[in-house]
Write a protein that binds this ligand. Structure first.
Ligand SMILES: *[C@@H]1O[C@H](CO)[C@@H](O)[C@H](O)[C@H]1NC(C)=O
Ligand SMILES: *[C@@H]1O[C@H](CO)[C@@H](O)[C@H](O)[C@H]1NC(C)=O
Ligand SMILES: *[C@@H]1O[C@H](CO)[C@@H](O)[C@H](O)[C@H]1NC(C)=O
Ligand SMILES: *[C@@H]1O[C@H](CO)[C@@H](O)[C@H](O)[C@H]1NC(C)=O
Ligand SMILES: *[C@@H]1O[C@H](CO)[C@@H](O)[C@H](O)[C@H]1NC(C)=O
Ligand SMILES: *[C@@H]1O[C@H](CO)[C@@H](O)[C@H](O)[C@H]1NC(C)=O
Ligand SMILES: *[C@@H]1O[C@H](CO)[C@@H](O)[C@H](O)[C@H]1NC(C)=O
Length: 401
């Protein structure tokens, strides 16, 4: 395997050369077009004072998550270009994702090229370090799955971050030694539950890693003054996670206050939509009613598309999951569950939310799922930040639908 070794060496020196070239070119560009560069995301990356950036972008919002450590190397707030131009950086540093093309100047074309080249090289390097994922065997479930304890003591994110170096920024993970069978987006509707966030990610990462799945955790926070709309936030989480990472095939909608306590409860999707949180401690591990679909549930891309996602109409607590159960029924799905001995959860304590007084009325209305859901979803992304242990999506969903 000497040839592999020398190829690796050649590649490394190529990267070094490119790096040098990149820095030189950058200096030249900076010298010539300094003022143009001011507006470029690269500038943000190179020079940003993170606290300043964050506070200035967050000033207007009340319920923004404030994690202890934000690393600008990996987390850059969204530029507010029409609210939708999302720029994010991940650990490879040179990767840039922009959903709408910004005004293109020659400088930025040059920069994009340079960054692309550099990125091509770095990804090359990482894939040669890691075994080519396509050649890795499919992951098998480990033999030692079973009941686990939930640690529900208060903790802070800064300490937890150190515990999971294998998790990539944005709360992403894929098994290093095998090809995952499932690519799962964990979508967590969020508002005012800062104290649960650390406990949740601290529990979920080891739980999911153990199951050898590829996953990302998306915390979807509602901005604005209207009552909490869990279902609409889940639609937003689905849309945005698809946009950020088109390869997710399975979507698990997850309340932040539920912690699974048996690793045999595999976080994957099945041919039927699956209700995962069947046995919750506060309901004495009994299923309250047969069509319950709230708490934690899993659906594939195809299932979600077929039922047009969740309804957007449920403002305030309750009703939206029963609405989904109706949608499933109309589309000839049935709700699948694991045995009650496996689908076990513990709930974190919190103040009871005020139920939506109109929830029964909404449920009993004759309704067309075709017109209300993903098809008429309307929202504005305010900010997307890749933190170490999760991707934070802040969205305003007050408008229209
Ligand atoms: C940011 O990340 C770099 C490299 O990962 C690390 O050396 C540095 O300590 C981090 N800064 C903070 C504030 O966490
Ligand atoms: C960085 O983002 C790009 C594009 O989203 C992705 O292909 C790549 O795998 C990411 N790398 C890491 C280390 O997360
Ligand atoms: C980087 O790789 C992509 C896809 O492999 C290719 O289309 C692109 O031309 C490459 N860019 C450079 C500068 O080599
Ligand atoms: C790559 O795979 C081979 C055989 O499958 C194994 O011997 C080797 O240790 C792996 N390398 C890494 C870096 O995982
Ligand atoms: C719970 O997690 C915290 C923070 O990681 C840790 O300090 C504490 O020892 C843990 N408690 C138990 C019972 O594992
Ligand atoms: C992957 O393989 C390496 C080397 O065999 C091992 O040390 C490591 O624990 C494995 N990781 C996982 C998650 O199984
Ligand atoms: C998405 O999946 C395809 C096919 O499985 C693969 O070729 C591609 O590299 C994946 N993209 C990302 C960003 O993981």
């Amino acid at each position: 395997m000497g040839s592999t070794g020398s190829a690796g060496g050649g590649r490394a020196s190529r990267v070094l050369r490119l790096l040098l070239l990149f820095v030189l070119a950058l200096a030249a560009v900076e010298y010539l077009f300094g003022s143009i560069l001011d507006a470029s995301p690269l500038r943000t990356y190179l020079n940003s004072d993170k606290t300043q950036l964050l506070t200035s972008n967050r000033g207007a919002t009340l319920n923004v998550i404030k994690p202890p450590s934000v690393n600008t190397t990996n987390a850059v707030p969204v530029t507010k270009k029409q609210n939708m131009a999302v720029t994010h950086y991940n650990q490879t540093m040179a990767t840039k994702v922009i959903s709408e093309p910004p005004q293109v100047s020659q400088t930025s074309i040059l920069l994009t090229r340079l960054m692309e080249t550099l990125n091509n090289e770095t990804t090359d390097m990482t894939s040669s370090n890691k075994n080519d994922s396509s050649s890795l065997p499919l992951c098998e479930l480990p033999a030692d799955l079973g009941p686990i304890k939930a640690n529900k003591t208060d903790m802070d994110l800064a300490t937890i971050e150190k515990k999971f170096p294998e998790v990539q920024f944005g709360g992403r993970y894929s098994p290093p030694n095998c090809t995952a069978r499932h690519k799962v987006a964990i979508i967590v509707p969020f508002r005012d539950r800062q104290q649960h966030l650390a406990v949740f990610v601290n529990h979920m990462h080891p739980f999911l890693m153990k199951q050898q799945i590829e996953y990302g955790i998306f915390i979807v926070e509602q901005e604005g003054e209207k009552p909490f709309n869990r279902a609409k936030l889940m639609n937003v989480g689905y849309k945005e996670s698809q946009r950020l990472e088109p390869n997710f095939t399975c979507f698990i909608f997850h309340d932040i206050d539920l912690l699974p306590t048996d690793t045999r409860n595999v976080y994957s999707c099945t041919t039927q939509p699956r209700h995962l949180s069947a046995a919750v401690d506060v309901f004495r591990y009994k299923l309250p009613y047969k069509t319950l679909f709230g708490g934690v549930s899993a659906m594939t891309n195809e299932q979600l598309r077929k039922v047009n996602g969740y309804s957007n109409k449920y403002w305030g607590w309750g009703g939206e999951d029963d609405d989904m159960a109706d949608r499933l029924k109309i589309n000839n799905y049935h709700i699948a569950r694991y045995p009650m001995s496996i689908a076990r959860y513990e709930m974190l304590t919190h103040k009871k939310q005020r139920p939506n007084p109109k929830r029964y009325q909404l449920l009993s209305q004759s309704k067309s799922f075709v017109k209300d859901g993903l098809s008429n979803l309307d929202y504005k992304v305010k900010q997307i930040i890749n933190y170490h242990l999760y991707t934070h999506i802040l969205a305003n969903i007050d408008e229209h639908s």
